[in-house]
Design a protein around this ligand. Structure first.
Ligand SMILES: Cc1cc2nc3c(=O)[nH]c(=O)nc-3n(C[C@H](O)[C@H](O)[C@H](O)COP(=O)(O)O)c2cc1C
Length: 184
């Protein structure tokens, strides 16, 4: 069976981030057709167009990590009803130089999450706006707004909430089918 490489880009730098915990849970739930690489954004410096001719090593490393993968999956919290700055910065870094975006044409997915009830709906849709421009083919259904994640993990960060596990499991099944269809 073909295994597709998926970069799971985490939109929080927090050590105990729910977003990172969800990404780790996804790596365990993913079907064998997907190989997940969890990408955190620590140390990725701010995009500055002045540096394009001689890009910092951390930009080059990020671009080199994303370019070869088959698909990208974003797991993000919501900050002020939008995308956290670190994640928007990563999108900007990966999208340039103009015409050389590492995201172009890849299948993608978005899982937003929050301890609150709305599950990061605002972040999810603001992110989709950028992904559409970047020509990422984003899975439309099921949508993934994971609310109430505050009691979903134990002290070690393991997913314990069965309703969230079922939801993520279902999402990954759909995402695997989407990636396979797009890569045909
Ligand atoms: C700057 C900031 C803005 C936030 N804005 C929102 C928001 O708009 N919606 C929401 O549901 N939670 C919001 N929160 C709460 C986050 O959902 C919560 O801190 C969450 O744990 C962050 O995700 P993480 O666990 O992946 O780091 C905000 C938190 C911070 C620090």
């Amino acid at each position: 069976m073909t295994a597709y490489n998926v970069a799971v880009i985490v939109g929080s730098l927090r050590k105990e981030a729910f977003s990172l915990r969800i990404a780790n849970a996804l790596a365990k739930l993913a079907p064998p057709s997907l190989k997940l690489d969890i990408v955190t954004l620590h140390g990725l410096s701010f995009f500055n167009q002045d540096l394009e001719a001689n890009p910092p090593a951390d930009w080059v490393a990020f671009r080199d990590r994303i370019r070869p993968v088959d698909a990208v999956l974003f797991v993000t919290p919501e900050y002020n009803r939008s995308v956290p700055g670190v994640l928007k910065n990563a999108i900007d870094v990966g999208s340039r130089p103009y015409g050389q975006s590492v995201f172009n044409g890849k299948p993608g997915g978005v899982i937003s999450n929050s301890p609150g009830a709305i599950g990061g709906f605002g972040a999810n849709h603001h992110l989709r706006q950028s992904l559409m421009f970047l020509n990422i083919a984003v899975l439309q259904q099921p949508e993934a707004y994971a609310g109430g994640v505050g009691d979903a993990f134990d002290d070690k960060g393991e997913l314990t909430k069965e309703s969230l596990r079922g939801f993520l499991d279902n999402y990954m099944t759909a995402f695997a089918a989407w990636v396979a269809q797009q890569k045909k």
